[in-house]
Design a protein around this ligand. Structure first.
Ligand code: PHE
Length: 346
């Protein structure tokens, strides 16, 4: 009887079960729909009696289904909200995090140390022309020092006839700064440089930081003080000992190569102390010198009025020394295990 229909609807456990009941009673071939169809074949008396009754079934069944549907939907939503609650007290899953590469780290540290000494940062192009990279730096075309640079040349000349190359050092930025800003100058120029060379201590691309000071009355004492101050600040040690060796660069006169003393402790190089002390050795970290007057003139500055010093630091070498790394090539392999071994990633 009809009471059972209503209790079946009210007892439906799921929306699917409820829909099945709707089809069973009220669908096109449903039982209540069937009763309604039968009205058409009845006599007027029968119809007057049964019509309101069947209409009542249809209306009440519909109302019961709508009410039950509402209840089931609300329950489903509540269940979903409960299931999707985020527990903020749970520990987050560990996600690997990136870190600054040791070379970038050292570049930043160097720039910071030199900023404290009053140096501004200058830049120049990595694709450089022969004039800025060599000629203006007192290396005319036939100069033997050019051969020592293992230069990557571009096969074709530029549209304006310039011979192009990948800069072999950051020294061309000296020339660009002199031409651009004139004297006085106090800049560093960090960047990539390229030479056709590769072994445990050489990679075809590496990093330098150039330094240039042009002012009046500048002498070797200024250079020595600056390098000492910077190396002590960079390595955060007061016992840094420098060895200044006479050397040769076409663009400086006199030219000086600078070594720092270090010792090996447990297979790790530790900077500090004289390289001549027992258990110690010297490591070359930079080239420098008083800027050759011909270079000052090539930069459009009067060398009788202005003097200066310049230096070029091997950044990758300094990074190896500071962080106790021994193979330069590993710097550019991008191996996260190697980086994290030295504490450079999470
Ligand atoms: N440009 C030199 C090199 O790459 C380094 C240097 C820079 C030397 C400035 C003296 C002065 O080896």
């Amino acid at each position: 009887d009809f009471d059972q229909v209503i209790s079946a609807i009210e007892g439906a456990e799921t929306l699917e079960a409820l829909e099945a009941l709707r089809i069973q009673y009220l669908g096109k071939a449903g039982e209540i729909t069937g009763l309604m169809k039968r009205l058409g074949g009845m006599s007027p008396e029968e119809r007057r009696e049964m019509g309101p009754l069947f209409n009542g079934y249809q209306r009440d069944a519909n109302a019961a289904i709508t009410a039950r549907k509402d209840t089931l939907e609300t329950a489903a939503l509540d269940a979903r909200l409960a299931a999707e609650t985020i527990d903020l007290s749970l520990p987050a899953p560990a996600t690997p995090r990136g870190a600054v590469h040791p070379v970038s780290q050292v570049m930043d540290e160097l720039a910071e140390v030199f900023a404290d000494l009053g140096f501004a940062v200058a830049t120049g192009p990595e694709i450089e022309d022969d004039w800025h990279n060599f000629t203006a730096l007192n290396m005319p075309e036939s100069h033997p020092a050019r051969a020592m640079h293992d230069t990557f040349y571009f096969p074709d000349r530029n549209d304006d006839g310039r011979e192009m190359l990948l800069r072999t050092h950051t020294s061309p930025v000296q020339i660009r700064s002199m031409i651009q800003q004139g004297a006085p100058i106090r800049i560093i120029a960090p960047g990539r440089v390229y030479r056709s060379d590769s072994d445990a201590t050489h990679t075809p691309m590496f990093h330098q930081i150039e330094g240039l000071v042009i002012d009046k009355g500048i002498h070797l004492g200024h250079l020595k003080w600056t390098l000492e101050a910077f190396l002590k600040a960079f390595f955060e040690r007061d016992d840094i000992v420098l060895r200044l060796r006479p050397s040769y660069f076409p663009f400086t006169e006199p030219s000086i190569e600078v070594d720092v003393g270090y010792s090996s402790q447990g297979g790790r190089r530790v900077v500090g102390g004289s390289g001549d002390a027992p258990g110690h050795a010297w490591m070359e970290v930079l080239g420098s010198g008083m800027v050759n007057r011909r270079v000052i003139a090539a930069g459009g500055i009067d060398p009788d009025e202005w003097q200066g010093f310049a230096f070029g630091i091997g950044v990758d070498r300094l990074a190896m020394l500071k962080y106790g790394m021994d193979d330069l090539r590993a710097f550019f392999d991008g191996d996260v295990r190697w980086l994290s071994h030295y504490g450079f990633s999470a």
